[in-house]
Every structure is written in C-alpha cells, then in structure tokens.
Design a protein around this ligand. Structure first.
Ligand SMILES: [Zn+2]
Length: 429
C-alpha cells in the first residue's frame, strides 16, 4: 500500500479541501457532480455540479460512498496469539487495497471481548488501523451485556474459537439477558452439526438443514427478545425464504452474504481446491448460490460482508475453515455488476449505505452523519471503481498478512483505483 497522496497545494492553506469530480453513485441516486471534503475534519462539506477542477482524474470511473465490511476477523487481541495471521495494521492495508473504508471485527479471539474491560483492551489495539474498526462483543454461555452501547455476536454452534453454545435452551437463557440489543448470529444448529459429524465431506458435516433450523430459532429469539438481529454469512436458498417472511411481518432482521457463497458452489469443488474453499458455513449448491445473488440484488439480503478469515497457507493445508477477502472486496463488486445485473445503486446500497446504517449508532461523534452516503455531513471516505479495468488476482499483490486469496488466478472485471479515507487519497493500482 502506497502512502496517501499529498495534494499539490500550499501547506499554509488553513482549510484544505479535496475536490473529487465525476460519476457519483448513492443508494438512491446517480449523478455527475463534484464532492468537496474538508481534509481536517474528514467530512464532506459540499456536493454540487461539476466545475472542471478535480484533484483526481476519474474518467470512466464510478465514485461510491466508502464501502464498509461488517464481518471481518482481524485476529489481533491482547494475547497476540493469532497476530501471526493478521493484525489491525495489515487488515487495514488489505481493506484500503480492496476499497473498504470501515470494518466491523468479530470477537472470537483467544482473549475475547466479552465485558467492558476486555472490550476496551481490544479497542486500544485498533488504533493501528487507518480504517475505522467497530468491534463486536462476544456472547457466550457465561457473558452479560456491557455498560457501553456495542453490537454483539452470538455463535450458535462450534466454529472457530470457544464462544459457542451446546443447545438452543442454553442459548436462549443467555440471550434473554440481551433484550433489545443489536445481536448478530452465526446460524448453524449445534445438534445437527453433532449428528452430522462423521459424514464424508466438510459440506456434508455442516448441512443446509443446520443453517435453516438455526435461522428459525434465531428469528424466534429476535422477535421474543426485541433484538435488532443480523444473520451472518447467509448461504441457503430455503433459509432466505424465512428471512423474507420475517422481514415482511416486521421483524427487525438483516442478513449478510459473503463473496465465496456468491462466487463458488459445491459443483466447483475439486481435489485441488477443496481445502482452500473450506469455510463455515460451507459452500452450497448452485441453486443456493443463484438464490443468494438474487436476494442480495433484490434486498432480502442487506450487506456484502466478507467473513474475511485470514488463515496461513500451512493452516489451510491442514483443513482450517475460513478464507480472506478484504483485498478483493471492490473488484468483487464489479463482478456483481458485470455478471449479475447489479446496478451502481445496488452496489452503493449493499456495500456502503446499509453497512453505514448498521454501524452509525456505535461511531464516535467526529464521524458526523457516519458512513454510506455522498452528502454534506457524512464521512469523506470514497471507494472509486473502474468497472472496465480487469483485475487478475495474484497472491503476491495481497496485503493481508496471511498472503493468499481464494480468487487467485481468476480475473475480475474491474478494480478499485482509489480509496479515499476521510479526505486522504490512497491509490490502489
Ligand atoms: Zn466470521
């Protein structure tokens, strides 16, 4: 990652502005215009018609509000036990490379953030990251809500880490203490995972029924305890119908989809790629994949969230679940546009507006109206894409510390050209 570009203006200019002009895409509008960002506050001050004076040459490119990834594993905590895989500095470099301007980090660390003290301790480490990090607090069998207002994550069954429940009853007992809170669920039913554990393949050991059953239960908990719920890395077609029905009856639930479940399905697995494409929940069938793409495009699923899970090459060879994605986030968005009919407004909605809305209530005040819109008062972070500049994914170009990508060798149709972070420009080519 190169350092931020220095603007060619006198340094004594007290109120520096970054001017960016071109084709602008919000979730509800698309227009030719000019954006002025105050580089001291980092906020957008003015959006208006083009003037012909831009600090960046953005011919044939699209300017989006800064993308946000609501599901990453940065791996760093006070124990530093997993920092060999990733840390807040390297995850930030990978995010900027992929056009991601803020992230939300999951709590399944060795020293999990489960109370005010452990949460504050982990939060200090996020200062190494240039992109803003929102931290989830973990919910486990022994935990209680924090004093602070934070988002929470509950792992229903065993995945990677120790924060999980053995039964639905045990989970409900704990969730009852979190009434009205913002809780994200990893939906895989522990009982079904247990029954399936001697099946032949990873995909069969974590069947679709585990997600569908857990979804039904998560939706019940969300309704019963008035939660603001989110279902993580969604993967099954039949479960999508449960989400759509819940939304239709007014349940406060949103859902994420991850690039691997949108791009790969189990018909593409071979002896060579099987270990690299292992994650929880696993790849599903082609029909599930196509239904998920349609659900993200049509609004049943709300966020493109990666579940960025940096494991080393050696760990992957031994069968560890999870794949890294931050470096390729923006390029992947161009694939959704080119191959699956996502409009630029759809991309602005699932990559910027909805993630911005999710984190808004947890942001420090300096972020004004927060992330997700190109409008005065919002954070001056932008993701600039060239949708017609093919990007071949190469291991050596990845900024994630784990140093690989499940898209290696694939060519995505477009790329990120610049990531603007609170008025600072980071070229990514
Ligand atoms: Zn995850």
């Amino acid at each position: 990652m190169s350092a931020a570009i220095q603007l060619d203006r006198p340094a004594d200019n007290a109120s520096m502005r970054l001017r960016v002009e071109g084709r602008i895409a919000n979730h509800d509008s698309e227009f030719e215009g000019a954006i002025e960002i105050n580089t001291e506050t980092g906020l957008i001050e003015h959006v208006g018609p083009r003037t012909g004076k831009s600090d960046l040459d953005l011919d044939r490119q699209i300017i989006f509000p800064g993308f946000g990834d609501l599901h990453i594993h940065a791996r760093e905590d006070a124990s530093q036990l997993h920092a060999y895989q990733e840390d807040f500095a390297t995850v930030s470099a990978a995010a900027l490379h992929g056009g991601v301007t803020h992230v939300a980090d999951m709590p399944n660390n060795p020293r999990a953030p489960v109370d005010d003290a452990t949460y504050a301790e982990k939060e200090k480490l996020t200062a190494k990251s240039a992109v803003h990090v929102t931290l989830y607090a973990g919910i486990g069998p022994e935990t209680n809500p924090l004093q602070r207002h934070v988002p929470y994550k509950a792992f229903m069954g065993p995945s990677v880490g120790d924060l999980f429940f053995a039964s639905q009853e045990q989970l409900e007992e704990v969730i009852a203490k979190y009434r009205g809170k913002n809780v994200s669920f990893h939906c895989e039913d522990p009982g079904i995972l247990q029954e399936s554990k001697s099946a032949a393949t990873h995909e069969q050991r974590r069947p679709a029924s585990a997600e569908i059953t857990a979804t039904g239960f998560a939706l019940t908990l969300i309704e019963r305890y008035g939660l603001i719920g989110k279902l993580c890395h969604y993967s099954t077609k039949d479960g999508l119908e449960l989400i759509a029905a819940a939304k239709a009856r007014g349940v406060r639930v949103t859902a994420e989809a991850a690039p691997h479940h949108l791009f790969f399905d189990d018909s593409m697995l071979t002896d060579e790629n099987r270990l690299w494409l292992q994650m929880n929940p696993p790849l599903r069938g082609r029909e599930d994949r196509l239904a998920l793409i349609a659900a993200l495009r049509d609004g049943v699923v709300d966020y493109l969230a990666t579940d960025h899970a940096p494991h080393t090459l050696e760990e992957k060879r031994k069968g560890r679940s999870g794949v890294p994605h931050l470096d390729t986030y923006g390029a992947f968005a161009t694939w959704l546009m080119a191959e699956h009919g996502f409009s630029v407004k759809d991309i602005a909605r699932v990559c910027a507006y909805n993630p911005g809305k999710f984190v808004k209530e947890f942001l420090p005040e300096k972020f004004g109206y927060g992330f997700g819109m190109i409008a005065p008062g919002y954070v001056g972070s932008l993701t600039i894409l060239n949708p017609d500049a093919p990007f071949t994914v190469r291991r050596e170009e990845m900024k994630t510390k784990c140093g690989w990508s499940p898209f290696e060798g694939f060519t995505l149709p477009g790329r990120v050209t610049y990531t603007v972070l609170e008025g600072k420009v980071y070229p990514t080519d």
